[in-house]
Design a protein around this ligand. Structure first.
Ligand code: GRF
Length: 203
């Protein structure tokens, strides 16, 4: 399966996916990286691994529709089977998502449906959570609400700050995203038309 990764920042999740896809038996290959930020640190990391990168800065486009049209045109050339959002800090329109229905994955740094949106680690600490974690889900029109593919849990420690918790969650994000991509790329997990997740195996 051909995968394009979308980033806006450091791209540590992108790098984890890249490392996983280097395994000979991994059912996907990363064929491109798209960013909405020329400053995204992940771009240089992708280029160092020989992955083509493409930047679409939002400010150069009249509106969201024009910005997405440019991204969709590039995707049409690359022809990915799957899109992995990895620290991509922009909401995709319903039209964009419909173009890749059931084929867009995202990683979110909380145990959805808890704490959709931003500042998830501060909110988990404020809520007195004893566990936190991450969720890989199929992207649907609402933000951070699509059917769940994989989740991982980490403890919240008594002296945790948002930074220490974020670091602990980030390490499990990397392994969780790689596992989730393998499940979807291998066809073991897919999204049904009604938005539910179909699991074709116990794994
Ligand atoms: C991570 O916490 C991820 O969950 C969120 O963006 C943060 C940075 O990700 N989506 P990365 O290091 O750019 O992959």
């Amino acid at each position: 399966k051909r995968v394009v990764v979308f980033i806006s920042g450091g791209g540590s999740n992108m790098m984890a996916l890249l490392a996983a896809t280097e395994a000979a038996d991994f059912p996907a290959e990363i064929v491109g990286v798209i960013s909405d930020k020329a400053s995204a640190g992940g771009l240089a990391k992708a280029e160092a691994k020989g992955i083509p990168t493409f930047v679409f800065e939002r400010k150069f486009y009249a509106g969201k529709a024009e910005h997405e049209a440019a991204v969709l045109a590039k995707l049409g050339e690359i022809a990915p089977d799957l899109i992995c959002l990895a620290g991509y800090m922009r909401l995709l329109s319903a039209d964009f998502i419909r173009s890749y229905e059931g084929r867009i994955l995202n990683i979110h740094p909380s145990l959805l449906p808890l704490f959709p949106g931003l500042h998830t680690h501060q909110r988990a600490i404020d809520a007195g959570m004893k566990v936190a974690g991450c969720t890989v889900h199929f992207v649907t029109e609402g933000m951070d609400e699509g059917p769940v593919i994989a989740q991982s849990v980490v403890p919240v420690l008594i002296d945790d700050t948002p930074e220490t918790l974020a670091a602990r969650v980030l390490t499990v994000e990397h392994q969780t995203y790689a596992a989730a991509l393998k499940l979807v790329a291998s066809g073991k997990v897919s999204m049904r038309g009604d938005g539910s997740v179909e699991r074709l195996s116990s794994e």
